[in-house]
Design a protein around this ligand. Structure first.
Ligand SMILES: Cc1ncc(COP(=O)(O)O)c(C=O)c1O
Length: 379
């Protein structure tokens, strides 16, 4: 079976994890700080806070940026959110007590900035900017819009690790950016996430809020067990075992990136020129990163698309859907806010007519050729 994603690890991850296990220090140790430091160095960030997963990081960021608002009227405040993204982007806003306002995407899957401008009202307080499938959204325009309107920005970079705009890494444009290290992402820690931010004071505040708001970490307490709590906080820490994996994954990231890019290029050339089939966000550049390759079967029904996905699976090719619904169509959100399909026509084509093919580094050129041959035969 050609799997959609499979983590690549070797003896080095095992050895680093073993070192943590032998040390007996599973939390509050040196691996998480080392991981944060190395992550900043490798990708060019000034500050980072490791977290349990990307969703925790997004929630923490929205919470922290809006916590001064009276909880009794918080729901009146709106945050612009892409309709075409993982539900975590919206849940983070909802969990922070705010209201997500869903906005349709452009043809590459990224949020349509012209629509953002139309949706801004005097209730708008922030923008959730998600970078879709490794292609940066129009973050420079989003920064312009947000500064004109006094809005905060949280970037969801879960599937865009390594992407840049004018040489500046995604996640460094807004107030905070969050990455995911789920097993099928550009690198993994099993479960895990990283928040990045430019402001060092905000970093310190997020680090406290990530761990109960406790004023002194375990290893900084003069009298064991004695600490105070200065603010409301979560338990969203990353543990030492995932951080140990992350430190080693960072050393391999260039190999992962190159293989993804090569796989994408091969698959793209195989898929070009097929009647009725469009590659979504297929432009290649040094500034984007590569996650999967999305094909649109133009004008097909959901049933036909699903039939193709299942037939590919039968033939040993695992694919996926990014993402299976415009978020406002999900039951929770349609029950809460209602769903008007006319507002999300492009997001709906991603959800209903598209298939996401794997390009992850556990696969090679031969796998790409097999994927395209199988797809063409089934088509
Ligand atoms: C855009 C986006 N944001 C957030 C997440 C959630 O990441 P995590 O599983 O690390 O919480 C995902 C997961 O795929 C995602 O695709």
């Amino acid at each position: 079976m050609i799997a959609f994603g499979r983590p690549i690890t070797d003896e080095s991850e095992i050895k680093n994890v073993q070192d943590v296990m032998e040390s007996g220090i599973y939390v509050h140790g040196s691996k998480t700080t080392e991981f944060e430091k190395e992550f900043c160095k490798r990708f060019g960030y000034s500050n980072a806070v490791s977290v349990a997963n990307c969703t925790a990081g997004l929630h923490l960021a929205h919470h922290s940026l809006t916590k001064s608002i009276n909880p009794l009227c918080k729901k009146e405040y709106e945050v612009i959110c892409p309709a075409m993204t993982h539900v975590a982007t919206a849940h983070a806003i909802e969990l922070a007590g705010l209201t997500p306002i869903f906005v349709d995407c452009c043809e590459d899957g990224n949020i349509d900035v012209e629509l953002i401008k139309k949706y801004i009202t005097d209730k708008t307080i922030g923008i959730a900017a998600m970078h879709f499938n490794g292609v940066p959204c129009d973050i420079k325009e989003i920064v312009k819009v947000s500064s004109e309107n006094g809005l905060y920005i949280v970037e969801d970079c879960a599937i865009a690790l390594g992407a840049k705009v004018d040489g500046k890494p995604v996640g460094s444009f807004g107030d905070a950016g969050a990455f995911s290290f789920h097993p099928v992402k550009q690198m993994t820690t099993g479960e895990g996430g990283m928040l990045v931010m430019n402001d060092a004071c905000f970093r310190d505040q997020l680090a406290l809020e990530r761990a109960f708001g406790v004023d002194r970490a375990f290893n900084k307490r003069k009298t064991p067990g004695l600490y105070d709590v200065t603010m409301l906080g979560f338990n969203y820490r990353m543990a030492e075992l995932p951080a140990a994996i992350g430190v080693e994954q960072l050393k391999k990231i260039e190999l992962f990136e190159n293989q993804r890019k090569q796989n994408f290029a091969t698959l793209k050339s195989c898929f070009q020129g097929i009647d009725g089939v469009t590659i979504k966000g297929g432009e290649m550049s040094d500034d984007r990163s590569y996650y999967c390759l999305i094909l649109q079967l133009e004008g097909c029904t959901v049933v036909e698309r699903n039939k193709m996905i299942n037939a590919l699976k039968e033939e040993g090719v695992q694919t996926s859907i990014y993402y299976p619904h415009p978020l406002p169509r999900l039951k929770f959100y349609s029950d809460t806010y209602g769903y008007n399909p006319q507002l999300y026509p492009i997001a709906a084509t991603f959800a209903d007519e598209c298939i996401a093919f794997p390009v992850a580094p556990h696969l090679n050129q031969v796998d790409m050729l097999k994927i395209s041959k199988t797809f063409k035969e089934l088509l």
